[in-house]
Design a protein around this ligand. Structure first.
Ligand code: F6R
Length: 608
């Protein structure tokens, strides 16, 4: 999500910045911009759309003169994609220019504070707050101003800063968002990722959280927040360029699986303020909530599977009846919809044709539409009454992973928020659920640290012809996603079944050596699940059991086991899905499949 480059040296900065940004295009973006000091002031050029629009505007950079500058590709989060919202963002007098990756979570409060003191804002971005604050605190020393700003901002950020009063200094700082410094000969660079500078240098410093780099043409000095100098060891990069474009991963899917803790954190954290869930994004009032007769969820593919999870959770938490429909079916079954029905639309791309058509049909019938969408400003987002954005960043691999996980995170936020508003949970339960939500990213991280166990298991079964996923209740919902993930990228035939339903027909397909993945994370259904495991084992199945790490019983029943951290029942799907994604990924990788672009599939399905 978003790309940063910066340059200080003797060459013309703008062409180098544009070339660096080109190397970061894989990250996905919707606008781009550069700022260069032209000898008198900061010259800024920004353009919505692909990088080539900016490139043409600047004639490859020739139209901007100057040897220090910063550049950015933006993937919109706060404010729609537009020239004005693009970075660099500048302070009110134009003295400071800032590029930013991440989210300033308390930007609203800071912006209000500055507005009250007469500062005029021009963009809708959280980033402009940083530029404005810099000027507000500036007394002649950029480092001092930057330290003051960092004491005020909350959230995640990688920042590149230049100031027209100090044209020989480039500043960089980070917290929870990557930023590197490329060390050149008589020139230096900053970048959010290695590919941007790989053609110029392979010696870098990796900034740690809360380290501030003051970079001149000849030197890089790194400070901590107390203005003490930090000594840094340079790191040599020996990646080849194409590998680096995937951040060092072999496939975007692997990278995106590993990005899930951050994506889930970015989606949840800004919406929990002072121990409460704040969904500023929605205008649905508690009165409207209380008047709802039904919630109807529509989506396609993995987003539909999120809907299946959501049905179990929303019914349990809010006591409102929930139906979930594949979007392409919804429109043609004369659904009974009116203004007492809330239609919840789930979509990563926000452009899926069937989902969009279902949304329009729901609105035509008078429903209120709330959507969960990843791509800011997409059609589904634009046509919904309310939107809650997932902040997964751009998802490049066709098989969704991190977008799915962030959609689940929003479902939890929404369910707990609605239950509290409706009075269907106690204050204590509300507090406990919030604590569980906040703990999710670290638990996902823990699972990822044990990915080799799944890799080992995949190495034993990547030649399987058929694989079955079974589970009950929320584990059944997860089976659906586990099975889809596997079949779409590995081309192995796979089916997901409600474990209790298997014996009504499909169990006839189980024979000696058939692999069955049995999900058994839901404690209240564990014994029932084990009965179903015994049924398939009695017919020769090999069983991988998936459960929580406090369970000591499962090993007695299954051939292999993978355990996930404990969590409250409703949030276990967020953890259970990770080993299933990893399993699909490793199986497909061992089979040599084209993982990021599986046959016949497209990332965004814009035809019915
Ligand atoms: C599967 C997958 C698809 C999408 C589906 C809906 O890995 O990615 O099943 O979930 O095409 O797409 P969006 O969420 O963009 O509406």
């Amino acid at each position: 999500m978003c790309g940063i480059v910066g340059y200080i040296g003797e060459e013309q900065a703008a062409p180098l910045l544009l070339q660096g940004l080109e190397k970061l295009e894989y990250r996905g973006y919707d606008s781009a911009g550069v700022a260069v000091y032209n000898g008198e002031r900061l010259d800024v050029a920004k353009a919505k759309g692909r990088l080539k629009v900016l490139n043409n505007l600047l004639d490859g950079g020739k139209k901007m003169q100057g040897t220090i500058g910063i550049g950015h590709t933006r993937w919109a989060t706060h404010g729609k994609p537009s020239d004005i919202n693009s970075h660099p963002q500048t302070s009110v007098s134009g003295k400071f220019a800032v590029v930013h990756n991440g989210i300033i979570e308390n930007y609203r409060a800071l912006k209000d504070h500055l507005i009250r003191r007469g500062v005029n804002f021009t963009s809708e971005t959280d980033t402009e707050v940083v530029a404005q604050l810099l000027e507000y605190y500036y007394r002649g020393d950029v480092l001092d101003a930057l330290i003051k700003v960092l004491q005020r901002v909350e959230g995640s950020y990688a920042l590149g800063v230049i100031c027209e009063d100090h044209p020989d200094e480039l500043y960089a700082v980070r917290k929870d968002s990557p930023l590197i410094i490329g060390i050149g000969n008589g020139e230096n660079f900053i970048a959010s990722d290695v590919p941007a500078i790989l053609s110029k240098t392979r010696e870098i410093y990796r900034l740690a959280d809360n380290e501030i780099a003051k970079i001149t043409r000849m030197a890089v000095t790194v400070y901590d927040l107390d203005k003490e100098i930090v000594s840094k060891e340079p790191v040599h990069i020996d990646w080849d360029v194409s590998a680096a474009e995937k951040g060092g991963y072999e496939h975007f899917m692997a990278k995106e699986i590993m990005e899930q803790p951050k994506a889930v954190r970015d989606t949840i954290s800004p919406r929990i303020l002072g121990g409460r869930i704040v969904l500023d994004d929605i205008t649905l009032t508690p009165e409207q909530l209380k008047g709802l007769r039904r919630i109807e969820i529509v989506a396609c593919g993995s987003a539909y599977h999120v809907g299946v999870v959501a049905k179990y959770i929303l019914e349990k938490m809010t006591k409102i009846p929930v139906e979930v429909d594949v979007a392409s079916e919804f429109r043609y079954r004369t659904p009974i919809i009116d203004d007492k029905v809330l239609v919840l639309v789930v979509s990563q791309s926000g452009e899926t044709a069937d989902t969009l058509a279902a949304l329009r049909e729901a609105k035509r019938l008078g429903a209120r539409v709330l959507s969960i969408v990843n791509v800011v400003g997409s059609s589904i987002a634009a046509e919904s009454d309310d939107v809650i954005y997932t902040w997964a960043g751009p998802e490049i691999a066709v098989a969704t992973t991190k977008a799915y996980s962030t959609q689940l995170a929003v479902v939890y936020l929404l369910a707990v928020y609605m239950a509290q508003a409706l009075g269907t949970i106690s204050d204590q339960e509300y507090t406990d659920y919030i604590a569980q939500l906040e703990a999710l990213p670290d638990k996902i991280e823990t699972i990822l640290q044990h990915k080799e166990n799944i890799q080992y298991f995949a190495s034993k079964y990547f030649n399987a012809k058929d694989i079955f996923f079974i589970g009950r209740n929320l584990d059944y919902a997860m089976s659906l996603e586990g099975s889809l993930k596997l079949k779409e990228i590995s081309y192995i035939h796979s089916e997901a079944y409600a474990a209790g339903e298997l014996k009504h027909g499909t169990i006839s397909l189980i024979e000696d050596g058939t692999l069955v993945v049995a999900l058994a994370t839901q404690k209240h259904l564990f014994d029932k699940m084990m009965s179903n495991v015994r049924e398939v084992k009695a017919r020769g199945a090999v069983v991988l059991g998936l459960t929580t790490d406090d369970c000591t019983e499962i090993e007695k029943e299954t051939d292999f086991t993978f355990k996930i951290p404990q969590a409250c029942d409703i949030m276990l799907p967020s953890l259970a899905v990770v080993p299933l994604q990893l399993f699909a990924y490793y199986v497909a990788s061992m089979k040599g499949c084209d993982i990021d672009k599986p046959r016949n599939l497209a990332k965004s399905v814009t035809v019915e």
